[in-house]
Design a protein around this ligand. Structure first.
Ligand code: SF4
Length: 89
């Protein structure tokens, strides 16, 4: 089994789906044990940071806050906003 959507670039990691047939399970289990988020979450919102970067929950929050600040400075790079849902009575 592979995870075709996996954006992890650390092909040397034994937990990378390219190196076994268990999909995301080993990666997610390791991340949960270590208080981290899988690299695919980071790769979705920031350029690749390397295998030794801070992948903690707090690290992800810092990336997201930094991303929000970057978008505020450069709104032309902000993702498209979804239309607001109409207010319910
Ligand atoms: S959870 Fe891990 S193995 Fe699964 S897509 Fe994300 S980085 Fe890849």
């Amino acid at each position: 089994m592979t995870a075709a959507f996996c954006t992890c670039r650390d092909k040397k990691c034994p937990l990378n789906p390219a190196n076994h047939d268990k999909g995301c399970t080993p990666c997610v289990a390791k991340c949960l044990q270590d208080g981290e988020l899988p690299s695919c979450f980071f790769n979705a919102v920031t350029p690749y940071r390397g295998p030794d970067a801070d992948y903690s929950y707090l690290g992800f929050a810092r990336v997201m806050l930094g991303a929000e600040e970057a978008q505020a400075a450069h709104p032309e790079h902000a993702p498209e906003k979804q239309p607001a849902e109409p207010a319910k009575a």
